[in-house]
Design a protein around this ligand. Structure first.
Ligand code: ZN
Ligand code: ZN
Length: 345
């Protein structure tokens, strides 16, 4: 069978690899149909994944945003899984015994394994997964079903933020994760303002129902966003960029007693005046992946919002063109929203 193997920094190659064995107890055999490529794939591909995130280990079959159909169900799997069923893949497996696991935060497990990062992922024609990693999804288009993973990050972020109906919420960064946060927060009854450098991303955000603001001078962005939220600043701000000036703007604009939620990942250093945190008594909340019940929530969000989420899929390529596709995505950030690799064509 065909696989796209990342053999080293910046080197993805197509390869004929052995078919996986038939699924053992508690496992299913998945045939990936659609695999989304995202910013963390670029980090992995470029060798920039931090050691805390597991580092970049080669060779690896990437692909953690996966929709596919079950080809075979091993003995002892949970009820309700059948061959032919479309599922979305929950990429996370946790150890169950470290501190975060014992307090119900297995998404930050010290020993976690992410399929597509620490174990081979979806950019191949078949792979074996544990049955708790597959969630049946009732969506006709596999490319849209594959958005369940980025939507799951948004569900986690919105849950961490405790977004309430009627709240004014700012999202810095209108890429796929920022747009997914907007979709989830809007369902919770929030008013959204999305901020980005790129007009095309802001136009999409506006089409999906958000107010928009072009990033320019940071002080001016902070000022406009605070006035948009009735002067006292927005009670909730998400940073979906990981870029230091945006993180600083988030902390500057958020209301006193508000929640500042860091979703974008990076190795950047952002200088912060310490008094900002105490004077405003901010809740600064990080987000990493999500837990299994939130992945289930994300599947339901996708099923209710297929038209909106279909707008995020800007480019599709067959598996045979995966190496060219990831290069195109990394080289053309202004054109690309979400590249999806089709393993079923
Ligand atoms: Zn992703
Ligand atoms: Zn653990």
């Amino acid at each position: 069978m065909l696989a796209a193997v990342t053999k080293g920094v910046g080197a993805m190659e197509l390869a004929e690899v052995a078919d996986p064995p038939s699924p053992g107890p508690g496992d299913v055999l998945l045939s990936p149909e659609a695999v989304g490529i995202c910013g963390s794939d670029y980090h992995f591909f470029g060798g920039h994944l931090s050691d805390a995130a597991g580092g970049s280990q080669f060779p690896r079959v990437q692909g953690h945003e996966v929709a596919g159909t079950i080809s075979a169900v091993g003995p002892g799997c949970r009820a309700g899984l059948t061959a032919g069923q479309r599922v979305a893949m929950f990429p996370l497996r946790a150890c169950g015994h470290c501190y975060p696991c014992t307090v119900g935060r297995e998404n930050t497990c010290d020993n976690f394994l992410l399929t597509g990062v620490h174990a081979d992922g979806g950019l191949q024609q078949r792979l074996v997964l544990a049955d708790e990693q597959v969630f049946p999804i009732d969506v006709a288009d596999p490319a849209v079903a594959a958005t369940a993973e980025p939507v799951s990050i948004a569900v986690r972020a919105v849950n961490r933020a405790r977004v309430q109906p009627g709240e004014r919420v700012v999202v810095l960064g209108a890429g796929p994760i920022g747009q997914c946060i907007a979709v989830v927060a809007a369902e919770r009854g929030a008013r959204l303002l999305l901020v980005d450098l790129q007009d095309s991303r802001l136009e999409l955000a506006a089409d999906l129902g958000a107010d928009t603001l072009r990033w320019g001078d940071a002080d001016q962005v902070v000022d406009v966003a605070r006035r948009w939220a009735d002067g006292g600043g927005p009670p909730v701000v998400f940073d979906a960029t990981g870029v230091a000036p945006a993180v600083q703007a988030m902390l500057a604009m958020v209301a006193s007693a508000g929640r500042a939620v860091q979703v974008g990942m990076s190795n950047e250093i952002a200088a912060v005046r310490v008094g900002l945190l105490t004077e405003k008594e901010l809740d600064v909340l990080g987000v990493s992946c999500c837990n299994a019940s939130e992945f289930g929530e994300a599947v339901a969000v996708v099923e209710r919002n297929t038209d909106k989420l279909a707008r995020l899929v800007s480019h599709q390529y067959p598996l045979a063109e995966a190496p060219a596709a990831i290069r195109f995505a990394m080289d053309n950030p202004t054109q690309v929203m979400k590249v999806v690799i089709r393993c079923d064509t």
